[in-house]
Design a protein around this ligand. Structure first.
Ligand SMILES: *Cc1c(COP(=O)(O)O)cnc(C)c1O
Length: 819
């Protein structure tokens, strides 16, 4: 009998919740979690084959035959997998009697955590959450990394609905709390802002000391009303900008820094921080109080001053950027610890579009482990992630080079590397640059990156995933999803988008032309790919690259059959397109008998799917017509399927993004998701459920102060009616900023203010009136994004979002990122 029940006691060191991230199977315990869209229990077999032998399974989802199928495995049978993981982590936490700082709040959690660890690095061996790993699962995995050598923990907790903090509190069990602030993010999961504050405060149920800013009245009130009631002994450090408050801070801003004057416990302190924006000042103030709290009285604080001035803004996102020689670069140069490295490597494994993977890595600081143990485990981690080449930089990693079982070179310092390594010979690779701050890896990134000139199209991969999951939820797990990645994935970058989709296990991809499919294959995409438009000259490409053509007419079918005669022993998948009302491509109803006959005569042809396209699913006025199309599709496809030999069960599909929303009853076996994935809900009904994927940005190249009566740009079309500030921005119609936006039709966003286009849009530049905006040369300008939606732009020039998206020219660099 290999079934056990809780309490869960395991010798495994790696807690695995995502089957795709397995790298040390023998040391791993897998938590099979059944969520709304995914069921971890489906991956037990795959993991067993990879060598995992310990599993946590949920009573309601586990199959009874696990025992027979996986005789060598041990199974923990639990009510709820996430809860089991949390309990395990909470029990782990109990073993350590060290100060632990728990951070929550709406914004700034990750920055406060990172800055604090920079400020305290000299005094403590710190364990902290990697990146913003603060979810129900993330907190448990973070705390699980605690070991005997750590002398301080810093963990963040994020919640999105009520009830969640209760689970996180015992895992972090903070001795010191920081409540950063309260804002409106994630309000959906809470009845009110007050309730949100109350929920977050649960983290501090047993905390000795809490640092917060009294000026957030809701926080202050709830602390006094509720927290004090359950935790009467708590020491409150509520700082305020108000001079009346016993703990007050005065901020004096200079050009490049701010001076904090602090009044606390009858002491006065003064520090400088290298920031002048309000958010950074607030975050840094929390950090200063935590630092003061942890510094014994009388200790010299001049080091703090220095450390504060050395704080840097933190890149919150993992970015995939275009590099030199067709390389892609993941730039993660803020810090380097085991957990962060693991995450960056996982991000890398989602982007397998390059066959050569290179890791450039520095020493890891502050692990708390013995050096040999640390590098042995790093080496093992790297081995599990299929890295092809590695560059190790630093004395420690060089000293431990013997552990690394990949093609590797080592350098004592970043300078040595820059001098000796042939950087320009790197090509066609995916490169992860991961270094602790003091190694200044930005110098390496600088050499590897392709310089971006002004305009970039940023693609939010988390938003893309969110949108995919939204549509998955709509169609349910029994319906397959084909994602249309034609036209460079609607402008978003086909190989990278396809790679993410493959990672998320969509079922099919769709492209318009064979060349688009070839590009995907050359980038390592293995998913089946349907091609809408193939001409006889491209048939050999289809075969060579395993692409499946749409067959829409007898003529094209005939030509395809002629072509495949030279491959007598092979079979070929095709997709039959039916014309149900679009009258573009496809067989019509009177063609069906003849089509059936031809299919019967050609057994080498396998019908992979039968499909049609709705002409007006986005507009309700066409509902009746859409329904008649669906009827006709059903009738025509039924007839074909009945005539096909038994065993051939082609997939049927008719819904595009809008169809999924409007005609859920017509989802058949598969749907074809297009624009919705990219964040535009074509019917408008569910726009709120989607997230913005693409942000097109440029910069201000120059600003001029011009007098009333002057004219701007070609043909003197922009005439100033008053004295104005005019900015030239680095985007024109050749980048995809349509000339239709000329003369005030278009607006761009400059530091939150909408500024109209003045005069005619030029090929590479545009002039905008920034009289109303606070801005200077070099500032960022948003062309479209979350706060300036694509559909608004489209409407202003009488087109549709599809055209705006696919119009972003290929010369504009794409940057892919993940929060
Ligand atoms: C482009 C395309 C789709 C996707 O349409 P959206 O409106 O973007 O969802 C679906 N099917 C076919 C045949 C297409 O050409």
């Amino acid at each position: 009998m290999n079934f056990f029940s809780e309490p869960l006691i395991t010798g495994a060191t790696v807690l695995l919740t995502d089957s795709r991230f397995v790298s040390q199977p023998q040391q791993s315990i897998f938590f099979a979690i059944k969520g709304e869209r995914h069921d971890g229990h489906n991956f037990i077999e795959e993991l067993y084959e990879k060598g995992v032998r310990e599993f946590v399974v949920e009573k309601k989802a586990a199959k009874p035959d696990l025992n027979e199928r996986f005789p060598e495995a041990k199974f923990w049978l639990v009510e709820n997998g996430i809860r089991a993981l949390q309990n395990l982590a909470a029990n782990h936490r109990k073993k350590f009697n060290i100060p632990v700082i728990g951070i929550t709040g709406s914004n700034g959690k990750t920055i406060v955590k990172e800055w604090l660890s920079a400020l305290l690095a000299k005094d403590y061996t710190i364990i902290k959450s990697p990146r913003s790993y603060n979810s129900q699962i993330g907190v448990g995995l973070s705390v699980w990394q605690m070991n005997d050598s750590h002398t301080l923990g810093i963990f963040e907790a994020g919640i999105s609905k009520s009830g969640e903090m209760e689970n996180l509190e015992p895992i972090i069990s903070p001795t010191i709390g920081i409540f950063t602030n309260i804002g409106s993010a994630h309000d959906e999961g809470f009845r009110s802002r007050k309730q949100k504050v109350t929920e977050k405060l649960r983290l501090f149920r047993r905390t000795k000391t809490l640092i917060y800013c009294k000026d957030y009245e809701e926080i202050d009130e709830e602390i006094k009303l509720l927290l004090k009631a359950v935790n009467p002994e708590i020491e409150l450090i509520g700082w305020s900008k108000s001079q009346e408050s016993p703990i007050n801070v005065t901020f004096t801003k200079a050009a490049t820094y701010t001076t904090l004057a602090i009044n606390w416990n009858a002491e006065e302190y003064e520090f400088r921080i290298p920031f002048t924006d309000d958010a950074s000042i607030e975050n840094a103030t929390h950090c200063v109080f935590a630092k003061l709290l942890l510094t014994p009285k009388g200790q010299d604080l001049s080091i703090t001053e220095e450390a504060l001035m050395a704080l840097k803004p933190i890149a919150m996102r993992l970015e995939l950027k275009q590099g030199i020689n067709d390389c892609y670069l993941i730039d993660d140069t803020y810090n380097n610890d085991y957990a962060g490295l693991n995450m960056a490597l996982n991000f890398m494994s989602q982007h397998h579009t390059k066959n050569n993977k290179v890791l450039i890595i520095s020493d890891l600081l502050q692990s708390g482990l013995k050096e040999v143990d640390l590098y042995r485990s790093i080496a093992e981690l790297i081995k599990g992630k299929q890295i092809d080449q590695m560059v190790g930089i630093g004395e420690d990693i060089s000293r431990n080079s013997r552990f690394f079982d990949v093609e590797a070179v080592f350098f004592k310092s970043t300078e040595d590397f820059l001098e000796a390594y042939p950087i320009n010979q790197l090509h066609d690779s995916l490169i992860l640059v991961k270094g602790a701050r003091k190694f200044a890896f930005e110098k390496i990134v600088d050499k590897l990156i392709q310089k971006v000139h002004g305009t970039v199209f940023e693609i939010n991969l988390d938003a893309l995933t969110h949108n995919l999951n939204f549509y998955r939820g709509k169609v349910g797990s029994d319906t397959k999803i084909m994602v249309m990645v034609k036209a460079y994935a609607y402008g978003s970058g086909s190989a990278e988008v396809a790679s993410l989709l493959e990672y998320h296990r969509v079922n099919y991809l769709g492209v318009a032309y064979p060349d688009e499919g070839v590009t995907l294959r050359q980038n390592g995409i293995k998913l089946p790919i349907m091609v809408l438009n193939s001409q006889p000259e491209t048939f050999s490409k289809l075969v060579e690259y395993d692409l499946e053509p749409e067959i829409y007419s007898f003529q094209i079918f005939r030509r395809f059959l002629d072509f495949i005669r030279s491959f007598p022993d092979s079979t070929f998948k095709i997709h039959i397109k039916l014309d149900t009302g679009m009258h573009r491509l496809g067989f019509e109803e009177q063609d069906i008998d003849k089509l059936i006959e031809q299919l019967a005569q050609n057994p080498a042809i396998k019908v992979a799917s039968i499909f049609s396209h709705l002409v007006g699913a986005d507009e309700s006025e066409h509902n009746d017509f859409s329904k008649s199309q669906i009827e006709r599709f059903k009738r025509m496809s039924d007839k074909i399927i009945q005539a096909l030999p038994k065993g051939q069960a082609p997939l049927r599909h008719i819904c595009n993004s809008a169809g999924i929303i409007r005609f859920p009853e017509a989802k058949f076996d598969m749907v074809r998701l297009g624009i919705g994935l990219y964040g535009v809900e074509a019917t408008g009904i569910e726009q709120k459920s989607l997230q913005t994927v693409g942000t097109l940005k440029t910069i201000i190249s120059q600003i001029k102060h011009l007098k009333k009566g002057e004219t701007i740009g070609y043909s003197r079309k922009g005439v100033l009616e008053k004295d104005s500030r005019i900015a030239t921005i680095a985007i024109g119609y050749a980048d995809g900023f349509d000339r239709g936006f000329s003369k005030g039709v278009g607006e761009v966003l400059v530091n939150g203010v909408r500024c109209p286009v003045i005069g005619n849009v030029c090929m590479d530049m545009t002039m905008v009136d920034v009289t109303e905006a606070r801005c200077e040369e070099g500032d960022e300008v948003i062309i479209f994004g979350k706060d300036l939606p694509i559909h608004e732009l489209a409407a202003s020039i009488g087109t549709i979002p599809y055209e705006i998206l696919t119009g972003v020219s290929e010369r504009v660099k794409r940057v892919f990122y993940k929060e």
